[in-house]
Design a protein around this ligand. Structure first.
Ligand code: NAD
Length: 258
């Protein structure tokens, strides 16, 4: 994939999809900074991944601009460059619309959407300067969801944040296209991570998910990681502004069985 020797930041990389993306990029020869709010899991992730290549952890709350500036500065210090950004950190909060608290709305939007804006802007500023001085253009990947399109009644800020993520992807890709910097999103369906653990443990909820998934199974984090590797690479050199859905056929086929 010609990713060998490139450098990347992956947010929310201490577990789940972010971890799988970091692992895949390391296997492709990318040097990776894992950014996550969970320092314990971050340290464990570095220990597990360092046999694959150069990997660092920077404790980061993506919703805090000071943390984000520290992340970008420490990545440049440690790796000397940033070619790839994966804005993957995300949280959920379940509550019906009428009961939803303002602080919970703000928290989810703050991490999922504002976080992607803050990290995206800070990294894009670096990437633009690099292009202006003759360097190679980078690739930015935002983690969206099928919930950018489907509404879930008790996932108000999550669905709003992911709808916003698709628009953020489009406006970023327009602003950065003149520099050759590509910005795309991935929209996973149901993927087996901690975020899905409670659903997976509930047989009725699992049956509901499978009933609307034509491929008839929950996806694996590595099936999202392979799309991130493609979008990060020159194989996707003419792809920008897109959201690629990986949802077992749910969105395009709009399928349900009892
Ligand atoms: P996960 O809970 O396993 O991982 C999320 C990671 O983000 C954790 O390591 C967590 O510590 C980190 N994080 C949380 N708040 C943070 C913050 N403020 N700053 C930095 N890091 C923070 O979840 P996952 O399933 O791997 O989700 C990853 C992304 O994929 C999310 O954006 C999620 O919305 C999206 N997604 C997941 C699914 C799914 O079914 N699992 C489906 C669609 C989209």
């Amino acid at each position: 994939m010609a990713l060998d020797g490139k450098t990347a930041i992956v947010t929310g990389a201490a577990s789940g999809i972010g971890y799988a993306i970091a692992e895949r990029l390391l296997r492709e020869g990318v040097r990776v900074v894992l950014a996550d709010i969970d320092a314990e899991k971050g340290a464990q992730a570095v220990e597990d991944l360092e046999k694959l290549g150069e990997v660092r952890f920077v404790k980061t709350d993506v919703s805090k601009s000071l943390d984000v500036h520290n992340l970008v500065a420490s990545t440049i210090d440690a790796l000397g460059d940033i070619d790839i950004l994966v804005n993957n950190a995300g949280i959920v909060h379940g509550a019906d619309f009428l009961d939803l608290k303002e602080e919970d709305f703000d928290r989810v939007i703050g991490v999922n959407l504002k976080g992607a804006f803050l990290v995206g802007q800070a990294v894009a500023r670096y990437m633009v300067e690099k292009v202006k001085t003759g360097g190679a253009a980078g690739s930015i990947i935002n983690m969206s969801s099928v919930n950018a399109v489907f509404a879930i009644a008790n996932q108000v800020p999550y669905s709003v944040s992911k709808g916003g993520m698709n628009q953020l992807t489009k406006v970023m890709s327009l602003s950065l296209a003149p520099y050759g910097i590509r910005v795309n999103a991935i929209g996973p369906g149901s993927i087996m991570t901690e975020m899905l653990a409670s659903v997976n443990a509930d047989p009725a909820a699992k049956k509901r998910i499978l009933s609307r998934t034509p491929l008839g199974r929950i996806g694996e984090p590595k099936e999202i990681a392979s799309i991130a590797a493609f979008l990060a690479s020159d194989d996707a050199s003419y792809v920008t502004g897109q959201t690629i859905y990986a949802d077992g056929g749910r969105l395009p086929l709009n399928y349900t069985v009892d």
